[in-house]
Design a binder for this molecule. Structure first.
Ligand SMILES: Nc1ncnc2c1ncn2[C@@H]1O[C@H](COP(=O)(O)OP(=O)(O)OP(=O)(O)O)[C@@H](O)[C@H]1O
Ligand SMILES: [Mg+2]
Length: 307
């Protein structure tokens, strides 16, 4: 089942197309990352998905529900942690949680139990009487995530949840996302941290209001680089022996006796052993052969600076 089906979403502000024909299909139970440089249109897309902003054109269904027609039903099954802290700064942690629990329609007993659970889960107990406006950045983010989860949503939308968050808490948040995913919750997340993006099942890379690329982190990297990269250290120059093999030379360094070559291949895990054997069969002594890890950050830069 699709948790999100956003088709041809467009948002024009004045004459400016902030989102320009974005189509996203997010399967239930995955962690889906929406990436892209500042101003790419991620938050605007999210706001349309949640029915908080009316698209200029296009439509959204969340778990099959038409967002424009039945926003209330969508809000009941979605949790949203906005990019900027949006809880009541002049209410305490506990008051904010109570207020949102009643807005989400939780009954008294259920609300108290859920608040207790989430306070423990997000280490908020010591801050329960503190005004939300007086919390540190990380504690604010913990509260915002706890509030987004009060009504046990099936879809959690988190817009830069780890911005300004220290590394241990970032890791804790991602552990929580994985736990939620294991329970079947779908997560739509934006982030500027590439190490976090590697944890997504799928990624859509946005650039100037459009989806520039979509796929798993590995697919995105292959798309940007044109394949996988392997590096060989050989005795002598292996290049003449590469003739007719599905590998192109990206870099070469040699001192006459040893060479180091970087090759582009369609799939490193399939190519590494046969390629090495073939070269040895052709009389090249291969000293070392290994796959070079591709960088998602580099892929991101390549794909968003095109055109
Ligand atoms: N209400 C609005 N009125 C006019 N322009 C807007 C409005 N909201 C967003 N924009 C513009 O639309 C573009 C996309 O903004 P958006 O906030 O969706 O980007 P983003 O990808 O979330 O960026 P960031 O990574 O900085 O959060 C930006 O150029 C922004 O200035
Ligand atoms: Mg944003």
């Amino acid at each position: 089942m699709l948790a999100i089906e956003a088709v041809n979403l467009t948002k024009v502000f004045g004459g400016f197309r902030a989102v320009d024909g974005v189509t996203l299909r997010v399967e239930e139970g995955v962690i889906f990352g929406l990436l892209g440089p500042n101003g790419a249109g991620k938050t605007t897309t999210i706001r349309m998905i949640l029915g908080l902003l009316k698209p200029t054109s296009g439509y959204v269904r969340v778990y099959g529900i038409d967002v424009e027609r039945d926003r209330r039903s969508v809000l009941r099954i979605t949790g949203y942690m906005p990019q900027h802290f949006s809880l009541y700064e002049d209410l305490t942690v506990e008051e904010n949680m109570r207020l949102y629990a009643s807005l989400y329609g939780l009954g008294r007993g259920d609300a108290e139990e859920r608040i207790r659970e989430l306070m423990d889960e997000f280490m908020l107990r010591d801050f329960r009487g503190r005004l939300a406006g007086k919390l540190s950045g990380g504690t604010k983010q913990r509260l915002a995530l706890a509030v987004a989860l009060l009504h046990r949503p099936r879809l959690l939308v988190v817009d830069e949840p780890t911005a300004g968050v220290d590394p241990p808490l970032r890791r804790y948040f991602w552990g929580k996302f994985r736990e939620l995913k294991e329970r079947g919750v779908t997560i739509l997340v934006t982030t500027h941290y590439m190490d976090e993006a590697e944890n997504c099942d799928r990624i859509a890379l946005m650039s100037r209001g459009r989806v520039a690329a979509e796929g798993s982190p590995l697919e995105i990297k292959r798309l940007a680089y044109g394949g996988d990269i392997i590096e060989l250290v050989t005795a002598g120059d292996p290049r003449p022996a590469l003739d007719g093999l599905a590998a192109s030379v990206l870099e070469f360094e040699g001192d006459g006796s040893y060479s180091r070559v970087r090759l582009l291949v369609p799939d490193a895990s399939e190519a590494l052993v046969p390629l090495t054997r073939e070269l040895e069969g052709r009389g090249v002594r291969v000293v070392r052969a290994y796959q070079v890890p591709l960088s998602l950050e580099e892929a991101f830069i390549r794909l968003t600076s095109r055109g």
